[in-house]
Write a protein that binds this ligand. Structure first.
Ligand code: MTE
Length: 301
């Protein structure tokens, strides 16, 4: 199992050195955070680009299968078994397939992708993910003419995931995208972060990441991708349809019914640090706004 080119990957300490090195050369923070990533736009304001520390990324998590407090996933997921692991692609396609983690690692090359995660709760992190475009994986199958959406399903294993013994969500965790959203090159299959294997609390061995949508769209520990005709019902739509719509694009102009989405708190800066303005589509508008041309994004929230 070897897909990650370690020479290409930058550990946390090297990121920091490179940052001060580039600063000395007169490059701004934005040049540096995105220097190795062709897919990233440069829509962030200068003060928004600092990478979040490995510690914060791996100890401040949402993963309700392991508990509902931010520290629970780190505490409760360490012994979670991620081998063997298989992912099935099925539904409205010519021929369903199953791929083992080994096959995925051998077939798809993970690269470093630095994307901002904006949680619907009003905080954000900048994470150096490792991964590849979901479109690479999905192009291995042939959808039928009925296929309009894809549904992602996380693993169901209440023995290992004690949170699944409580009906906070309708387990297994489910999310969905329109096919064109799923095929967008920014939509990523994540296999690691900070040059390391993906930690259990961040969704090992494989999770989805959609940079322009609120974090909850990015399902962890997925075992199934299903092509479907009808818009899937995600776990959060099921839990509270008034608060969580299918699209869930980061949108500072559409408030959550219980709080504003205009600004965000940057994790790692401390709770007294000033909040920063949230950008439309989380700053990826140039790349993705055209997916929503003509749609009323207040109605389709
Ligand atoms: N996936 C599963 N299976 N279960 C979850 O509870 N939480 C979501 C998302 N994916 C969640 C999930 C939410 S609310 C967020 S903000 C992100 O994961 C958090 O990802 P991170 O912990 O890697 O930062």
């Amino acid at each position: 199992m070897k897909t990650i080119k370690y020479s290409k990957i930058t550990p946390e300490s090297v990121y920091k050195n490179r940052r001060s090195f580039l600063k000395r050369l007169g490059f701004g923070a934005s040049t540096l955070a995105f220097s190795s990533i062709p897919l990233i736009n440069n829509g962030f304001a200068k003060d928004r680009n600092e990478l979040t520390s490995y510690k914060d990324i791996t100890t401040y998590n949402n993963y309700y299968e392991f508990g509902t407090s931010k520290g629970d996933p780190y505490k409760n997921s360490q012994t979670f078994k991620t081998t063997p692991w298989e992912i099935s692609i099925e539904g409205e396609i010519d021929k369903p397939i199953k791929l083992s983690m080994e096959e995925i690692s051998e077939t798809f090359l993970s690269e470093e992708r630095i994307y901002r995660l904006r949680c619907v709760e009003g905080w954000s992190m900048v994470i150096p993910w490792l991964g590849f475009s979901l479109s690479d994986l999905l192009s291995k199958v042939k959808p039928t003419s009925k296929a309009k959406f894809v549904e992602f399903e996380s693993v169901y294993d209440p023995e290992q995931m004690k949170g699944q013994k409580y009906p906070v969500l309708n387990w297994p965790y489910k999310e969905g995208l329109r096919i064109d959203e799923a095929m967008h090159p920014l939509t990523t299959v994540v296999t690691g972060l900070y040059g390391k294997k993906l930690p259990n609390q961040n969704g090992a061995p494989l999770r989805i990441f959609i940079p322009w949508k609120y974090g909850f769209k990015s399902a962890k520990a997925i075992v199934k991708i299903k092509f479907v005709e009808k818009m899937p019902m995600s776990s959060w739509m099921w839990a509270s349809p008034r608060e969580y719509g299918f699209y869930s694009n980061v949108n500072p102009n559409v408030n959550h019914p219980r709080w504003s989405q205009a600004t965000e708190r940057i994790i790692g800066e401390g709770i007294w640090a000033p909040r920063v303005k949230t950008l439309m589509f989380n700053g990826y508008g140039e790349e993705v706004a055209n997916l929503y041309t003509g749609m009323d994004l207040k109605k389709n929230f």
